[in-house]
Ligand binder design. Sequence first.
Ligand SMILES: NC(=O)c1ccc[n+]([C@@H]2O[C@H](COP(=O)([O-])OP(=O)(O)OC[C@H]3O[C@@H](n4cnc5c(N)ncnc54)[C@H](OP(=O)(O)O)[C@@H]3O)[C@@H](O)[C@H]2O)c1
Length: 285
Amino acid sequence: MNSNTIIGSTTVLAVFGDPVSHSLSPLMHNAAFSALDWNCVYIPCRVQSEQLSIAVRSIQALNWKGVNITIPYKQAVQAELDQISGDAEKSGSVNTIINRDNQLIGTSTDGIGFLRSLQEEGHFEVKEKNVILFGAGGAARAVIYSLINAGIKSLTIVNRNFEKANDLRLQVLDKTGFALSVYDLSKLEEINWDLYDLLINSTSVGLHDEQSLVPVIYLKPKHFVYDMVYKRGDTKLSRDAKQVGCQSLSGLSMLLYQGAESFQLWFESDPPIDAMRRALYQYYE
Ligand SMILES: NC(=O)c1ccc[n+]([C@@H]2O[C@H](COP(=O)([O-])OP(=O)(O)OC[C@H]3O[C@@H](n4cnc5c(N)ncnc54)[C@H](OP(=O)(O)O)[C@@H]3O)[C@@H](O)[C@H]2O)c1
């Protein structure tokens, strides 16, 4: 029997979101199951907001092993779970649900996936580094606490909506005691660009456009540039970074490692990361 054949005993996992048609998680996880010859299937589920509660409780009713959560439910889903653990407690963002003994446990693998991708694909160690991060939304929240835990020296957040960035600064101070600085996006000329080792774009700029929030004149070869956006071809920020001679990584790498971490939590077994990487990168060839 082919491991992809769905039979009565097939283990089911899924991703919930709206929209969900763009998600590459089914591709990546089903490639992992094929590589291991496991009889599991991972399916995309478009869930409307008024159905989120029912959908989450269905994980128990249908005895699914686990689920990923994507936009726009990473915050809202918390209220539906039995337990929140790990990074999700601080960031308030859940991207992984584990169905263990019929208890739904929510956690986030975005932060740890981000860090692992930096270390393992980027060969970049964040300890004692100065970091500048663009954005103050869900993706920013998901990685900030992991960066602080990993021992960064300083963190500067730049956002279009200054109030939102300032609220995040206060929340981080309250939860960790870490003092970060915030800048308004319109005041880039006030920033000391030479200070930073790692520059992260966690905004959606570059996803559907050819824009970058970082004028190329501010990029230095010493910056490691991480654009959390992923799409076919480079973003403008990634192209500019390469032109200046910066090392860089795209969001595809984060997607891979957050998926690998989710797999590890569901199955308590090492994921076949090379097969997962191959599936993702071949899709974008
Ligand atoms: N690679 C991965 O695995 C991964 C994981 C998570 C997210 N992401 C990507 O990260 C991006 C952000 O996701 P999110 O969940 O954080 O979204 P979000 O919560 O909606 O936040 C969006 C952020 O982008 C900023 N922004 C949007 N349009 C802008 C513009 N025209 N000019 C300046 N700033 C702008 C927003 O600034 P304001 O606060 O001023 O509105 C905010 O900081 C998305 O592209 C997503 O695909 C990737």
